[in-house]
Design a protein around this ligand. Structure first.
Ligand SMILES: *Cc1c(COP(=O)(O)O)cnc(C)c1O
Length: 389
């Protein structure tokens, strides 16, 4: 009979328990697929959606629960669920609330992959998807059908930045029992109270300001109501959506500075936008904080601050090639998707002919994200690039 464990067995079982009482500001990183139970009774009792314990690494660890609680608190909600990207948070909401035969409404200025997900559900899954004018307000009541189950909103909309009247849309939706989902990524949940303005479910692309360094992807769905949480939570479990603890730890490290970063990018964006507005080449500033921006009155009414992402349009006489030359002449602004990190970014977008309520003759907009660079350096960069147009 063998008395002692072999070396390979020995090193496979960690028998050391460190002394209790260690405290630090850093959240511990708990990694785990397998979560150990003390006995069969405990194993048989666990259910992945309950947040008072642990069932399987996919469904949650102390590390992921901590970030979920933080994100829920920022938004004024009671529950949050982490997923692998902002887009997967959006898809999760679609799959949680829609089935074949249902109808969904999406604003036609929504994040393009949100619209594309809707088109896929319509084409292959028997769900009716209709696109609406983001400035429709209370008029949305006229679009709600018997089978309408979900209305998406974005405040402000991606790229063209219209600020919708979410309270009016939500009142009309709730009068007919329709769930209102809000993509609140622009404000990071810091300066727009989505639940107070009528959203039932809020989505964040944690990739943006929460991650804060352009080095990870994550999304979150946030809810106030326990029944909605269980509905979205069951869909998340069935789809097998989860996140890695190391990425979560990086977000937890960035989160305490998020408001400082957000406010700084917002203040710098106004300095850059003011300069753009003074230029003869520029026609309109599509920044929610500017009167040029459709829905500016709702920004003034509903927001308590501003972020650093906005768009502008050149005068009509400038061609797409000239605008491309302007973009490619920029040196401090990176050319790339996503935003919310420390670096400034610029992307040109073509406006779709299908837009319901695009009133300008221009078909091109430039979207800028103002990072933590000195705005005067960014202005100098924009000026030299305009000279090359
Ligand atoms: C970036 C973005 C998303 C998607 O986030 P990812 O993490 O990149 O998938 C969703 N909505 C809005 C408004 C965004 O800007």
């Amino acid at each position: 009979m063998k008395k002692e464990l072999s070396k390979e067995t020995l090193i496979n079982h960690n028998s050391y328990t460190p002394p209790a009482g260690f405290r630090s500001y850093a959240e511990p990183v708990y990694r785990g697929s397998t979560i150990l139970f003390r006995n069969l009774k405990e194993l048989r009792a666990r259910f992945g959606l309950n947040r008072d314990g642990y069932a399987y690494g996919l469904h949650g660890t102390p590390t992921t629960y901590t970030l979920e609680a933080q994100l829920a608190a920022i938004e004024g909600g009671n529950h949050a669920l982490l997923v692998s990207s902002g887009l997967s948070a959006i898809s999760l909401v679609d799959l949680a609330f829609l089935k074949t035969g249902d109808d969904m409404l999406i604003p036609d200025n929504a994040y393009n992959p949100t619209q594309d997900m809707g088109r896929w559900l319509a084409r292959d899954f028997g769900i009716s998807v209709r696109f609406y004018d983001p400035m429709i307000g209370a008029g949305i009541a006229g679009l709600i059908q018997e089978n309408t189950k979900l209305i998406w909103t974005e405040v402000p909309g991606s790229i063209t930045m219209e600020v919708p009247d979410l309270p009016a849309i939500s009142r009309a939706a709730h009068a007919k029992g329709v769930v209102v989902a809000l993509d609140n990524t622009w404000s990071a949940g810091l300066v727009y109270d989505g639940f107070a303005h009528g959203a039932d479910v809020i989505v964040q692309a944690v990739t943006k300001y929460q991650g804060g360094a352009s080095d990870l992807l994550m999304g979150a769905v946030i809810m106030k109501d326990g029944d909605l949480f269980r509905k979205v939570g069951m869909a998340r479990m069935r789809l097998g959506m989860g996140v890695g603890a190391d990425d979560v730890a990086m977000v937890l490290r960035s989160l305490p500075t998020m408001k400082l970063r957000f406010d700084r990018t917002g203040a710098s964006s106004l300095i850059v936008a003011d300069w753009l507005k003074s230029r003869p080449e520029v026609d309109k500033i599509l920044h929610p904080a500017y009167p040029d921006c459709p829905g500016h009155e709702f920004f003034k009414r509903d927001f308590t601050g501003t972020g650093g992402l906005f768009s502008f349009v050149f005068h009509e006489k400038y061609t797409g090639e000239q605008i491309d030359r302007f973009i490619e002449s920029l040196t401090l602004f990176g050319l790339g998707y996503s935003w919310g990190g420390t670096h400034s970014l610029a992307v040109p977008y073509a406006i779709s002919d299908k837009r319901i309520n695009w009133k300008l003759p221009q078909k091109h907009v430039v979207r800028l994200y103002i990072g933590l660079d000195d705005p005067q350096d960014l202005i100098a960069d924009l000026e030299q690039a305009m000279a090359k147009m």
